[in-house]
Design a protein around this ligand. Structure first.
Ligand code: ADP
Ligand code: GLC
Length: 479
C-alpha cells in the first residue's frame, strides 16, 4: 500500500475560500483505496468551526528549531468521509478569523506550515511515498525537502507533486523579510525561490517538485505563454516535460440534485420539471418577481478581477432592457463589484438580487433554481462552478478560457449538441451578444433548451473518471 499525503492550505468541509478546498476535500475519497492510502495535512486554523475542532484528537506535539525560535508544533487528527486529516497546530501562525490575511503574514505562515509538515513526519512515525502539494502555500515544501533533509535517510524516498490551481498567486514578498526562510542558503533563496527580485514560493515548487500538474489541459498550455504565465511562463516552458494538465471533477455526492438537502424540490433527469419549483422558491427567497416567463441568470463566485465581472457590470443596464431577465448574484470579494451589484439590486429590486457574502446552502439553491450560469472569466485554471451548475441542469455561459473551454461545449443549433454557450474574446459586447443568443434559444425553443439541460445533467464530471490520471502519476513516481 502506497502512502500519499496531501499538503494544502484549505480543504472541505473544514475551511474553504474557493475551488481548492473542493478538490482537496473530494479527490482523496475517489483514489483507489486498494492501492493508495491518502491522508491530508492542513493548518489548524482557529477559524475552523468548533463542531469539527472538538472532534479532533491530539496525536503529539514537539518543538522544532526555526529561525524565530524553537517553535511549537502540535498535531491533531480526525477522520472525515473515510479520510484521515492531520492538522498542524500553532496559535501564533493560525489565529484570526480567516485562513489568509495580509500577504506579508501569509508568506511567513505558509513557510512555517511547509516546514512543519516535513518536521512532523518522523514524530508521527509516518513516511509518505508521495507528498502532493497544492498551490504556492506549499510551494516551498519540495525545496525544504532538498535543502534541509537531503542527507536524512528517513526522507530519502519521498517524492513530491505540485498541483497549480492558480498561477496568479505565487507567494511574493521581500525575500529578506520572510523570517521562516532566513536559514535557506542564499544559493536557493536568491535562486529557485526568487523571481523578479522577490520571493516566489510557486517557482521554487515548480522547479523542485518531481512532477507538476495543473487543473486543465488548456490552462497547462496557457501558463507557458506570456498572456497566461503571470511572469513564470519561461519557468513553465523549462519544466514542460514534467507538466501535466488534469481537469478537475466535482464531488457528485455533494452536488446531487436528486438528494440535495439544501434544495426544496429534489429532481433528476427523469423529473426535470421539478426544477421549476426550485426556481419559484428561489425567486421568492431572493425577493424577485414571481415571473414564470423570466429567465434567471446566476452568478456564484469570488467577486474578483479574475472572474470577469467588469464585463457584466458594464452591460448590466443593457441586459436588463431585455424583458423577463432576472439576475441573482452570490459572492464576496472586491469592494467595487460588491458595490456595483448591490446598486443594481437596489435599482431593480424585482429583477436583480445581490447576496454579498458566503453561503454554502444558498449556493446550492441558486445552482438548482437558476436557468443559466454566467462565468465570463478573464482566466480560469479549471472552474468548478460551471460543472456544478451543469449537474443541476443550469446551462453555463462562459468565456472560452482555461478549464471553461475544456468543459463547456458550445451549443450547436444544427446538430443539436453542446451543453452551454461560449464567447472567445474578453469583451463585454461579445459576451452580451452570446447571452442574448442564449436567451433567444431559451425563450423560443423550449424543447431544444430542455434537451440541453439534460445533456448538462448527464455530463460526466465525476472524480471517478479523473483519478486514474493521478493514480498513474503516483505509480510512475513510486515504482
Ligand atoms: P475559484 O476556486 O477560482 O474560486 P471554482 O469555480 O473552482 O473557482 O470554485 C469555486 C467554489 O466556491 C465553488 O464550489 C463555488 O460554489 C464556491 N463559491 C464561490 N463563492 C461562493 C459564495 N459566495 N458562497 C458559496 N459558495 C461559493
Ligand atoms: C483555483 C482556480 C479554479 C479551479 C480551482 C480548483 O481556485 O481559480 O479555476 O477550479 O482552483 O482547482
Amino acid at each position: 500500500m502506497k502512502k500519499i499525503l496531501f499538503a494544502a492550505s484549505e480543504g472541505n468541509p473544514f475551511i474553504k475560500t474557493g475551488g481548492l478546498a473542493d478538490v482537496v476535500g473530494a479527490l482523496p475519497k475517489y483514489i483507489d483505496k486498494s492501492l493508495y492510502e491518502v491522508s491530508i495535512m492542513m493548518p489548524l486554523y482557529q477559524c475552523i468551526p468548533e463542531r469539527y475542532r472538538k472532534k479532533m484528537k491530539k496525536v503529539t506535539h514537539f518543538y522544532e528549531d526555526m529561525p524565530r525560535e524553537q517553535e511549537y508544533i502540535g498535531i491533531y487528527k480526525m477522520k472525515e468521509s473515510g479520510i484521515t486529516y492531520y492538522f498542524i497546530d500553532n496559535e501564533y501562525y493560525f489565529a484570526g478569523n480567516a485562513p489568509y490575511n495580509q500577504i506579508y503574514e501569509d508568506v511567513n505562515k505558509f513557510a512555517f506550515f511547509s516546514r512543519a509538515v516535513l518536521a512532523a513526519l518522523p514524530q508521527m512515525d509516518y513516511c509518505p511515498d508521495v507528498i502532493h502539494c497544492h498551490d504556492w502555500q506549499t510551494g516551498l515544501l519540495p525545496l525544504f525537502l532538498k535543502v534541509f533533509y537531503n542527507e536524512n535517510a528517513f526522507y530519502s524516498n519521498i517524492k513530491t507533486i505540485l498541483t497549480i490551481h492558480n498561477q496568479k498567486f505565487q507567494g511574493r514578498w521581500r525575500i529578506d523579510d520572510i523570517e521562516n526562510c532566513r536559514d535557506i542558503p542564499e544559493k536557493y533563496r536568491y535562486g529557485a525561490m526568487e523571481a523578479y527580485g522577490e520571493s516566489n514560493f510557486l517557482k521554487a515548487g515548480i522547479l523542485y517538485a518531481d512532477q507538476v500538474t495543473t487543473v486543465s489541459e488548456t490552462y497547462a498550455r496557457e501558463i507557458q505563454t506570456p498572456e497566461g504565465g503571470e511572469g513564470l511562463e519561461g519557468v513553465m516552458r523549462e519544466v514542460s516535460e514534467k507538466l501535466l494538465g488534469i481537469t478537475n471533477g466535482i464531488d457528485e455526492e455533494e452536488y446531487n440534485p436528486k438528494i440535495d438537502k439544501n434544495i426544496p424540490y429534489p429532481f433528476g433527469v427523469g423529473n426535470i420539471a421539478e426544477k421549476k419549483k426550485d426556481k419559484k422558491a428561489l425567486q421568492k427567497e431572493m425577493g424577485l418577481k414571481q415571473d414564470s416567463k423570466a429567465c434567471l441568470i446566476a452568478i456564484v463566485s469570488r467577486l474578483t478581477q479574475q472572474k470577469g465581472f467588469e464585463l457584466v457590470v458594464s452591460v448590466m443596464e443593457e441586459l436588463l432592457q431585455t424583458e423577463h431577465v432576472q439576475v441573482v448574484v452570490l459572492g464576496t470579494g472586491e469592494e467595487r463589484f460588491q458595490h456595483d451589484f448591490s446598486w443594481f439590486a437596489q435599482k431593480y429590486p424585482d429583477r436583480v438580487s445581490a447576496n454579498i457574502g458566503y453561503s454554502e446552502d444558498k449556493a446550492h439553491r441558486i445552482y438548482a433554481g437558476a436557468d443559466m450560469f454566467l462565468m465570463p472569466s478573464q482566466f480560469e485554471p479549471c472552474g468548478l462552478s460551471q460543472l456544478i451548475s451543469m449537474r443541476y441542469g443550469t446551462v453555463p455561459i462562459v468565456r472560452e478560457t482555461g478549464g471553461l473551454k475544456d468543459t463547456v461545449e458550445p451549443y450547436n443549433e444544427i446538430w443539436q449538441t453542446g451543453n452551454g454557450f461560449g464567447f472567445r474574446n474578453y469583451n463585454a459586447g461579445e459576451m452580451l451578444y452570446i447571452i442574448r443568443y442564449a436567451l433567444k434559444i431559451y425563450q423560443e425553443q423550449p424543447k431544444a433548451w430542455r434537451a440541453m439541460m439534460k445533456r448538462c445533467m448527464k455530463r460526466d464530471s465525476s472524480w471517478q473518471s479523473v483519478t486514474k490520471k493521478y493514480e498513474n502519476l503516483y505509480a510512475k513516481l513510486t515504482d
